[in-house]
Design a protein around this ligand. Structure first.
Ligand code: KIV
Ligand code: ZN
Length: 512
């Protein structure tokens, strides 16, 4: 048994299944490059057969990534598998990830298949996949709620057909650590050819135990791959969080005795990139990457940490990227310092001209704000003028008037397919008036299901980062906007959400 643990990141596939977290091709590429920099072993880039857009994303990531294995999910049928293999063709190292439900509930109610049919399909699809690619992972969906005897039969058969990784998902987050660990251990002991595959855990967080269950799968069950996402992003309550599981393994190496290849100093920048791209704000008390994760408020704790940091700290903040973040740029910083910071943050610009555009925006921001933090830089490079993503709506300018006792008024100038329009409206507050002003032209009919404002770097001098979640005809999207003026940030976030609402093709969900 190897003592290296494989980190399989599924932020771009399972993470993207969170409401409104769908990302553009360029956003996914940027995150994939950051995951490579973080030294993730396997990047699940998407579900190639679910839409043409997802196919293109997997292909682009397969072309760009050299140091991590690139993986695509596929239902266990020939069409999905062929499509995934086609998208992965450019990859230096590619993996097909097949899934097929094995719990009685899923087989009967969702698939409407008998166990024998599922068994046959699992076998034949694995054989088909192995003829296309050497690296094949098989996931019995809802595996933890499946009958162990049936699961043993299926897993033994797919290993015999050449599956190289066996993943046991707790699809609905029902497991508890000891039981999940023993479930895996039992499967591995009972299946005669279990040693021919790497065993993997994939835990959802519905009961808040995804990280604990994954670690039990490793410690008790002998798994040597953990599937996880940045910030624990994912459907419902999310997935096992990469930063937590990695830091648990590193901090308690005395207990787990396993090596992980992750370069932890990029954890924080990756967390911020994912949060800003998807609009999923990280809660302040989130382990490892939350704003308070290393903050000591009580006098006793502060005193202890000043005398000897390990009195109250079990990890070093700088090991996960916190100190790097303290390097602040300002209005006197030059183009080289800016360019280097972009590289450290894993942001790859397409050309020198793009760096110049981003640098001009940085200078503009530095005129309005004395210290520019990493979060500010990440926010400004995701702006359309820098990414070149062709968007239907673009922010131009905004003016608003509000006074105690008066109904606020706003007028917003924005572009619709390159043509400038101006909308005017009143509203309950300046934000409400501004968004209504946009709607006088767009008439989207969308319902706002979430609006949140976050100070990017803590103080009132900071940029406001606004997330807007819109819902229309069953589709849910998040838009993010940043600006020192939170009304402007709100208008940008609203336009960004409208762009997503009007542009993305429908996708097939991996589960359900
Ligand atoms: O949770 C799950 O079962 C999955 C599979 C598709 C692996 O995400
Ligand atoms: Zn999942």
């Amino acid at each position: 048994m190897t003592d290296k643990l494989i980190i399989f990141d599924t932020t771009l596939r399972d993470g993207e299944q969170s409401p409104g977290a769908s990302m553009t091709r360029d956003e996914k590429l940027r995150i994939a490059r950051q995951l490579e920099r973080l030294k993730v072993d396997v990047i699940e880039a998407g579900f190639a057969a679910s839409s043409n857009g997802d196919f293109e994303c997997v292909k682009a990531i397969a072309e760009a990534i050299k140091d991590s294995t690139v993986c695509s999910l596929a239902r266990a049928n020939d069409r999905d598998i062929s499509r995934a293999a086609e998208a992965l063709k450019p990859a230096r190292s590619g993996r097909l990830h097949l899934f097929l439900a094995t719990s009685a509930l899923h087989m009967e109610m969702k698939l409407r298949m008998t166990p024998d049919q599922v068994f046959e399909q699992a076998k034949l699809s694995t054989r088909f996949a192995r003829n296309l690619m050497a690296d094949v992972e098989f996931s019995p969906e809802d595996g933890y709620r499946s009958d162990p005897d049936f699961l043993c039969r299926v897993i033994e058969a797919v290993i015999a057909e050449g599956a190289t990784t066996i993943n046991v998902p707790d699809t609905v987050g029902y497991a508890v650590p000891e039981l999940y660990g023993n479930f895996l251990k039992n499967l591995r002991e009972r299946i005669p050819n279990s040693d021919k595959a790497v065993w993997s855990v994939h835990c959802h967080n519905d009961l808040g135990m995804a990280v604990a269950n994954s670690l039990a799968g490793v410690k008790i069950g002998g798994a040597r791959q953990v599937e996880c996402t940045i910030n624990g992003l994912g459907e419902r309550a999310g997935n096992c969080s990469l930063e937590e599981v990695v830091m648990a393994l590193k901090t308690r190496r005395d207990y787990f005795h396993l090596d992980v290849g992750i370069d932890t100093k990029y954890i924080l920048a990756t967390s911020r990139m994912v949060s800003q791209t998807t609009g999923f704000v990280v809660q302040p008390n989130k382990a490892v990457v939350g704003a308070n994760a290393f903050a000591h408020a009580s006098g006793i704790h502060q005193d202890g940490v000043l005398k000897a940091r390990d009195t109250y700290e079990i990890m070093r903040a700088e090991d996960v990227g916190w100190s790097a973040n303290k390097i602040v740029l300002g209005k006197l910083s030059g183009r080289n310092a800016f360019k280097q910071r972009l590289q450290e943050l894993g942001v790859v610009m397409q050309s020198e001209a793009d760096i110049n555009t981003a640098f001009a925006r940085f200078k503009d921001l530095a005129d309005r704000k004395s210290d520019i933090f990493d979060e500010d830089i990440l926010a400004l490079v995701s702006d359309e003028s820098v990414t070149h993503e062709k968007e239907q709506y673009g922010f131009v300018s905004l003016s608003q008037h509000s006074e105690t006792g008066e109904r606020p008024q706003a007028s917003v100038v924005f572009t619709v397919d390159g043509t400038e329009v101006k909308g005017n409206s009143d509203g309950n507050g300046p934000v409400d008036a501004s968004l209504k002003a946009i709607e006088t032209h767009v008439k989207s009919g969308a319902e706002m299901v979430l609006y949140s404002v976050n100070a990017i770097s803590g103080s009132t001098e900071s940029q406001g980062e606004v997330t807007v979640r819109l819902q229309n005809s069953g589709r849910v999207v998040n838009g993010v906007g940043a600006d020192p003026d939170i009304v402007v940030a709100s208008a940008k976030a609203y336009l960004s959400a409208l762009n997503k609402l009007h542009s993305k093709a429908d996708r097939v969900a991996a589960q359900g």
